[in-house]
Design a protein around this ligand. Structure first.
Ligand code: EPU
Length: 337
């Protein structure tokens, strides 16, 4: 095991922040995890980076940073209607999506082009265009640092919520996710209800729906709205879409009749953080080395050479401004390190 000291994490986070890891180790084999746990010369404090696409590094990272490069996709079971596919957590998410589409396995096509690795899918229950990872995750297997063994969590045990799971709470920093088993369909049910998808399929002239066509539509929409991290540093949506009480929403509606929203249940309404931020005139702004993306107000960007602290301060300013204008406290979706 080769531990590197004082290494820049610039290539390993999509925000493009130049913070350092005190120690860095690349994990390519599950067997390394027991060896790491038993090696008393390694720091106890451990952090895991997959695709580095949902983190903001606000300082150098103490302890041991593990770079997850576990690879492998395996069909473990099938019946007439479904396949169960076990995917190693270090696989690139979009490559897995393309693999599934190539094998005509449906269920993840709406999640095309989401940055990051497969291990992050259960962690934050990734979602887009009307589908969430929890709908296709069967089990998650992880190495538990204290128990010193691999444990498998069922879908229910993962406590999935909107961009949320047990891995962000009780199991935070306690486990290293190694594999995810997905249950995918051989007989497809297409999900084209989310706003722009049908429009995109129509304008591409698609007559016969397929998982490939949906994937292409999602790729086209995402590429037109979301900045490519290879060109401009970012971590996708920086904030979650907030859920507010119906009474609060009705008050807002009087002043802002056009406010976009979705009903959640009888007492709650989801409003769109991108819209709230845009109303506060942040969309497209430049602030030092950082700013807000021109086409999507939910995305904070690194305009070159930003440090994590600057991005965090801009996010704090957005939180405060949205709160004083609308009385809504947004929550960060990105993990702050
Ligand atoms: N909107 C604005 N201004 C903006 C952005 C959005 O007014 O600058 C309003 C508009 O009404 C727009 C609506 O928000 O029609 C929805 O926008 P969009 O479809 O882009 O979705 P979103 O709510 O902004 C969420 C996810 C994205 C996901 C898209 C598509 C969250 C925090 N974000 O964004 O996920 O790709 O839906 O499903 O839930 C991510 O998590 O990193 C991410 C990119």
């Amino acid at each position: 095991m080769q531990v590197q000291q004082n290494i820049s994490l610039l290539p390993y986070n999509t925000f493009g922040i130049d913070a350092k890891a005190e120690q860095l180790l690349v994990v390519t084999d599950k067997a390394q995890l027991a060896a790491i746990a038993n090696n008393s010369t390694l720091p106890k404090e451990k952090h895991i980076i997959g695709g580095g696409s949902n983190i903001l590094l606000t300082h150098d990272v103490p302890g041991l940073t593990l770079l997850n490069q576990l690879k492998g996709i395996e069909l473990i079971k099938e019946d007439d209607a479904h396949v169960w596919v076990q995917v190693a957590s270090g696989e690139v998410w979009h490559e897995f999506v393309l693999y599934a589409i190539d094998h005509d396995w449906g269920g993840v096509e709406n999640l095309s082009l989401i940055p990051g690795t497969v291990g992050a899918a259960p962690m934050q229950n990734i979602g887009a265009y009307g589908v969430e990872a929890k709908e296709v995750i069967e089990t998650v297997t992880a190495w538990h640092w204290e128990e010193q063994k691999f444990l498998t969590y069922t879908n229910e045990e993962c406590h999935f919520g909107y961009r949320d799971s047990i891995f962000k709470h009780e199991l935070k920093e306690k486990v290293f996710i190694t594999d995810v088993v997905f249950k995918l369909d051989k007989e497809h049910s297409f999900n084209t209800n989310y706003g722009a998808i049908q429009q995109e399929l129509d304008s591409a002239g698609v007559k016969e729906l397929s998982i490939k066509a949906i994937s292409n539509a999602v790729i086209a929409i995402r590429s037109s709205k979301l900045p490519n991290p290879k060109e401009i540093g970012n971590a996708g949506s920086f904030f979650k879409n907030p859920v507010i009480a119906k009474e609060h929403f009705e008050q807002l509606l009087q002043e802002h009749p056009e406010i976009p929203h979705y009903p959640v249940d009888d007492t709650n309404v989801k409003v769109l953080a991108g819209w709230l931020i845009e109303q506060c005139q942040f969309k497209g702004i430049k602030r030092g080395h950082t700013g807000v993306h021109e086409k999507q107000a939910l995305v904070l960007v690194n305009r070159g050479g930003a440090n994590g602290q600057e991005v965090w301060e801009l996010s704090e300013e957005i939180l405060q401004t949205v709160h004083s204008k609308f009385g809504i406290m947004l929550e960060r979706e990105v993990q702050i390190w």
